[in-house]
Structures are given as structure tokens and as C-alpha cells.
Design a binder for this molecule. Structure first.
Ligand code: SF4
Length: 478
């Protein structure tokens, strides 16, 4: 399954100790952040543009049934075939069946989060079909047998040295230091894969309902080759990727490239409407569009969290998230990481399977500030947290929860009563002595308080309360 087990606390702890990972994360996300900030500041009316694309997504998601039907009609009209997949298994089965019925032996794939989500590569491999990732980052990840750790930069966690060692070990080449040489090796290997592939599989950034066109945005040209060289093209697209009209695309393309990489436009933007026409020189003979639900209608059903489906997968929220920038993508245990992973994974997987994720946020709102479709992350995260706490109430078997709850009740009682607060403050001030460090911070406290202090710099209790100091200062000032 593209979704692994979510063990955020454990995995993020490991990631924080990993120094090369920390360096790689800061380097790449810093680069993306400043490029995005510069690019957005150069567009007059950027905020208005964000509001407009949000409105279009809102309208599309609220009328998804109508637009999906329209998309299906138009894909069929243009000579394509449409398949509906309710979950990951069904989607994989549909695609593997298309391949088997046509005696497909090898498949090339361009980068697609939806195919990662359903772990399509494993299904191809189980069916004895060779599958090769053709996006450079995805190719590296496939060679390493790993999962992507960023929506647009799947191998963000790998250093140049890691890649050099990996290529040498898996492809039997010398240790090349130079990224250009490494890219050249990948390009040569992949070129022959494109020419020999029977089928190409892609995702799509957008699917236009009124024309039945899918739009693929990329920088390497591999998606264009994947969708045009093999005789069969299959596109796996989440049902939320719809936009109603062709003319809406100019706004989405303007905002997507700038939010993702800070480019004015991605290097290649392919518009695919059905298979090759008689007048076309090249292109696939068959075009299949597989529309994936896999939990999305469940998200759609909730008015409070529905906006999670507006995402256009630009990755800006990841690059700006203080949590993601420290723990990296693999800590989220899902193909979707960072703030969007923290809200979408629990909704797609089931809240019980990813209950740690909505808490993997400081609620600083940096994601909300940069998201091109203005997803209100703090609101959605708090809604999900409430759901999790509520579901736990039903089975209060968890000691940790009981202790935390009692602690919070005690804290509430204390802060609501001034004299008790003062006494508690004095008591804590003396009780903390064995754990107090010279810099005014606390060492890790024993359980159950260790849950608060193990991974945080926790300030010690001050001798005098803020109120006392305030009173004194006001007195001094007359
Ligand atoms: S949630 Fe917003 S910022 Fe994050 S990937 Fe999606 S569109 Fe981009």
C-alpha cells in the first residue's frame, strides 16, 4: 500500500537525529521558499488570484458530481475510455487488467502522487510487468526501494553522495561526483525504456470537465514522452483534480508553477485530449482515464474539512512548515507529507490509522499563508483533533490519555483560581530543582511529563509570576 503505518512520533524522532537529512531539508526548502516568495511578489494582484482559484475549486468540489459526469462525456467524445475506481485495489486492478489484456510487458511512468497512493508499482511487479519511473527523483527513489518524501521533489532527502553511491551500486557505473554526469547516466538508461515501453502511465495536475482534457505539468520532458511514445496511455487521476473550464487553466498554471518552484511557467505543459487523431503524427492509440475515489467522497461529505480537496499539490505548504522542515516527508508514513499530509492522510486512511498527524503542527499558520488555494489549515487541523479526542472518549482505555486529561483538568482548576495558582507556582518552582539547568530550561522530566519535555525546550517555572512583576513595574512607573 502507498500508505504505510503512521508512527509519526517515533519516525520524526529518528529524522531529527539525522544530520545530513536536516541539512538537505533546510537547503532545498529554503531554495523553494525564496523562489516562491520572489515569484509571487512579481505578480500584481497575487492575493486576488489566490482568492479566485480558491473560489473555482470550491465551486468545483461542491458540484463534483456534475463536473465528473461532464468530464466523462467529453473524454469519451474525444475517443478515450473512462474507468471509475472506488479504492486503491480497484484502481490497480483496472490498470493491470488494461495491461494484461493487451499483453503489455513493460511500462514507463511519469511522476504521479495518485499512483504512489495506490502503490501501483507493486501491482505491476506482482503481475510480472516491468515498470520504470522516469522522473529523475522518482527514478532515484525506485532504485533505492523507497517512497517519495516531498510532493514535487521526491528525493529531497537524498544528498548528492547518496545518489552517487546508489547509481554506482545499482547501475554498475563508477562513482560520479558531478550531478550533470549522474543525470546523463539516468537520461541514457531511461531513453531506451521509453522506446521499448508498451504502455505509459501518468497522473494529471488538472482534468478539464468541459473539454475532457488532462493537463500534465513538469520540468524534465519525461511525462511528455510517457504520454506520447507508448501505444497505450493510462492516466490515473483523483476525482478532486477537476476544473470546470479550459479558460480557468491560465489562472491555475500561473499560480501552480510559482507556488511550487518559483518558475513563471513549468518547462513542459502537456494538454492531452483523447488518443492520437488521424491527423496527428504521433501519440498513443488508446487513452484511458482512471478516476480514483479512495476515500475522497468521504472527505467531500464533511462540510468542515472538505476544503482539503482543493489542494493542487504545489508543495508550498511543506516548504514553509517548521515541522516538515525538521522531520522530512517519511515521518508522515504516507505519500502525502507536511501540512497537506497532516490533514488529508487521516481523512483518506481513517482517523484511527493516522491519529498522530493532525497533532504534528504548531498551528503557526505558515501553510495557510502560502497555500495558493488558501486552505484554512489551522481550522481543519483543529476539527480533526476534536474528532480524534471525541473518538478516544468512547474507549478511555489509554492510560496516557487519562493522565493527560487529568493534568489538563488540574491545570484548568489552578489557572482559574488566583491563590491556588500562586501556591502551585511556588511549589513547582521548588519541585523542579533537580531538573533545572543553568540556562533556565528544564531537562527531560520523568513520565508522564516526559511526553511534554522529551522533544521540546521547556522553560523552567519562574520564581515570580508575571502578575507580580507587572504589579511591581506599574508601581515603579507610578
Ligand atoms: S495544500 Fe496548498 S500549499 Fe499545500 S500542496 Fe496543496 S495547494 Fe500546495
Amino acid at each position: 500500500m502507498g500508505f504505510e503505518e503512521v508512527r509519526f512520533e517515533k519516525d520524526s524522532d529518528k529524522a531529527i537525529q539525522n544530520k545530513p537529512l536536516q541539512k538537505a531539508l533546510v537547503n532545498v526548502t529554503d531554495r523553494f521558499r525564496s523562489a516562491r516568495n520572489k515569484a509571487s511578489s512579481e505578480v500584481p494582484g497575487w492575493e486576488e488570484l489566490r482568492s479566485n482559484v480558491r473560489e473555482i475549486k470550491k465551486n468545483t468540489i461542491e458540484n463534483l458530481d456534475k463536473y465528473l459526469t461532464l468530464l466523462e462525456e467529453n473524454v469519451i467524445k474525444s475517443g478515450g475510455r473512462v474507468h471509475w475506481a472506488k479504492d486503491a485495489d480497484e484502481a490497480s486492478q483496472i490498470i493491470v487488467n488494461i495491461a494484461n489484456e493487451r499483453n503489455v510487458k513493460s511500462v514507463v511512468k511519469s511522476k504521479s502522487m495518485a499512483t504512489e497512493e495506490i502503490d501501483l508499482n507493486s501491482s505491476f511487479e506482482s503481475a510480472g510487468i516491468k515498470v520504470v519511473e522516469t522522473d529523475l527523483g522518482e527514478y532515484i527513489i525506485q532504485l533505492a526501494g523507497e517512497h517519495p518524501s516531498h510532493i514535487i521533489a521526491p528525493a529531497i532527502h537524498k544528498t548528492k553522495d547518496d545518489i552517487s553511491k546508489l547509481f554506482s551500486e545499482k547501475l554498475g557505473i563508477p562513482h560520479y561526483e558531478n550531478p550533470e554526469e549522474l543525470t546523463k547516466v539516468a537520461r541514457e538508461k531511461l531513453r531506451s525504456e521509453f522506446l521499448n515501453a508498451d504502455m505509459g502511465v501518468s497522473g494529471a495536475n488538472f482534468a478539464v470537465a468541459e473539454t475532457g482534457t488532462i493537463v500534465v505539468v513538469e520540468n524534465e520532458g519525461n511525462a511528455r514522452l510517457t504520454t506520447t511514445v507508448p501505444k497505450i496511455h493510462v492516466a490515473l487521476v483523483g476525482i478532486e483534480k477537476l476544473i470546470p473550464r479550459y479558460e480557468d487553466l491560465s489562472m491555475f498554471l500561473t499560480i501552480l508553477a510559482r507556488s511550487a518552484t518559483g518558475q513563471k511557467s513549468s518547462t513542459y505543459v502537456s494538454f492531452i485530449t483523447g488518443p492520437k487523431k488521424p491527423s496527428d503524427i504521433e501519440g498513443p492509440e488508446e487513452f484511458h482515464l482512471v478516476l480514483l475515489d479512495n476515500g475522497r467522497s468521504g472527505v467531500l461529505a464533511s462540510e468542515e474539512t472538505r476544503e482539503s480537496l482543493y489542494c493542487i499539490r504545489c508543495g508550498a505548504c511543506l516548504n514553509n512548515c517548521p515541522v516538515y522542515r525538521h522531520v522530512g516527508g517519511h515521518s508522515y508514513g504516507s505519500v502525502y507529507s507536511g501540512p497537506i499530509g497532516a490533514i488529508i492522510t487521516p481523512q483518506l486512511m481513517g482517523i484511527d490509522k493516522a491519529a498522530e498527524l493532525p497533532f504534528a503542527s504548531s498551528l503557526c499558520g505558515a501553510c495557510h499563508d502560502v497555500c495558493p488555494v488558501k486552505i484554512d489549515f489551522p481550522k481543519v487541523l483543529l476539527t480533526l483533533r476534536k474528532r480524534i479526542v471525541k473518538s478516544r472518549k468512547l474507549s478511555v482505555k489509554n492510560t496516557k490519555d487519562i493522565i493527560e486529561k487529568l493534568g489538563i483538568k488540574f491545570w484548568r482548576f489552578t489557572v482559574l483560581n488566583n491563590s491556588i495558582y500562586k501556591i502551585t507556582n511556588k511549589l513547582l518552582y521548588y519541585l523542579q530543582t533537580p531538573w533545572k539547568e543553568s540556562n533556565g530550561k528544564l531537562k527531560s522530566l520523568p513520565y508522564p511529563f516526559s511526553r511534554w519535555t522529551d522533544q521540546r525546550d521547556f522553560p523552567s517555572v519562574a520564581k515570580r509570576t508575571f502578575r507580580d512583576r507587572w504589579k511591581e513595574r506599574r508601581g515603579q512607573m507610578g
